[in-house]
Design a protein. Structure first.
Length: 355
């Protein structure tokens, strides 16, 4: 049968969470193909001529947006209580949320006076389960529940994260909900906010509540920096390359006359810096030698007989290798800084990197 939408009683619309995405799909379907599935109505308990919608609220909203006056409906010959419970039993498995369960239980208790034991029997649950669901309605501020109904806050996120926050601090929970609602955060993001708020001090909690988006962006940036950070081997190679570049630059400065005409005190200062550099490179060479694999483990792919010869990737040329050995060596190839000379013989040209 067809009914005028303006004459329908929509008293149970608040028991469902709205989904903007699903509303858009139904709107597009109705616009293209018309109404294919009727809504379900029952006679109101207090007035036989008043029809109450128990299923099909999304279709009604879509038809109203399309400026339609009538809706296709089917009437169940049941009481409101029986119709609500039947509709729920038929829709189990379609993603009913915890809060939708709580809203229905609260409606049945408040409007129809059903006891905890009767609700538990009707829902095939324990009385403690019913009590816990009803507690969600009592503990979560009404303003947050309205945001959930409108689909601006994920119901699962609210039940799991905002309810315990509301128990601890209702005011900050309400402010946080108002600030995250425009951004349609995922359940995971709301969980991150709650976990950070729970573990933070008073000042940090206020900052999280005041600007949750800033907190999430900062957390994401830090995670990205951590993910982009080089591994230990890559960082070591980069450090060694930097040492080689610094050694080449120092050699160039020597050739350009940086040590010409030094006073005895200045000469001692350069010698002291060179000794410190040589000692540091010596310790580094020793650490690398101690950590070097032995036998076949050291052979590069393609080397014969485990010998890291020419088959592996090319590293530094002979001048670079010799310069590093001279700089870190024990005296036979020591670089000497004189009063009137350029680069010392032991510097090995522009060498300065370890093998």
């Amino acid at each position: 049968m067809e009914l005028e939408i303006d004459h329908l009683d929509l008293r149970y619309e608040a028991l469902r969470v709205r989904s903007p995405e699903r509303d858009r799909r139904i709107l597009a379907s109705l616009s293209e193909s018309g109404q294919l599935v009727p809504i379900v109505v029952v006679s109101a308990d207090e007035a036989v001529d008043r029809l109450v919608v128990v299923d099909g609220y999304r279709r009604v909203r879509a038809l109203q947006r399309l400026r339609r006056d009538v809706v296709l409906a089917v009437q169940w010959r049941l009481s409101e209580v029986e119709a609500l419970l039947l509709r729920r039993s038929l829709s189990i498995g379609n993603g009913e949320t915890t809060l939708e369960q709580a809203w229905l239980l609260d409606e049945l208790r408040q409007r129809f006076g059903l006891s905890l034991e009767e609700l538990a029997r009707r829902f095939d649950r324990s009385a403690s389960w019913v009590s816990r669901r009803l507690a969600l309605v009592r503990e979560l501020p009404v303003t947050i529940q309205e945001l959930i109904r409108d689909g601006r806050i994920v119901a699962h996120a609210a039940a799991k994260h905002l309810v315990p926050m509301a128990r601890a601090n209702p005011e900050q929970c309400e402010r946080l909900a108002q600030n995250i609602a425009p951004h349609h955060l995922s359940s995971r993001e709301v969980g991150e906010l709650y976990a950070a708020w729970r573990d933070a001090g008073a000042a940090a909690r206020s900052r999280i509540v005041a600007d949750p988006q800033l907190f999430l962006r900062s957390r994401s940036d830090l995670a990205q920096e951590s993910a982009d950070a080089p591994g230990p081997r890559t960082a070591l190679v980069e450090d060694l390359s930097a040492i080689a570049a610094i050694a080449r630059r120092a050699c160039r400065r020597v050739r350009e006359g940086a040590v010409l005409g030094l006073s005895p005190a200045e000469h001692d200062e350069v010698e002291c810096a060179l000794s410190a550099a040589r000692a540091g490179l010596g310790r580094l060479a020793e650490e690398l030698s101690l950590s070097r694999p032995t036998g076949g483990e050291h052979a590069r792919p393609g080397d014969e007989d485990g010998d890291p010869g020419t088959a592996g990737p090319r590293c530094l040329d002979s001048r670079d290798r010799q310069g590093a050995l001279d700089l870190a060596g024990s005296g036979a190839g020591r670089a000497a800084v004189g009063h009137g000379g350029g680069a010392a013989d032991g510097a090995g040209g522009e060498g300065g990197a370890l093998p």
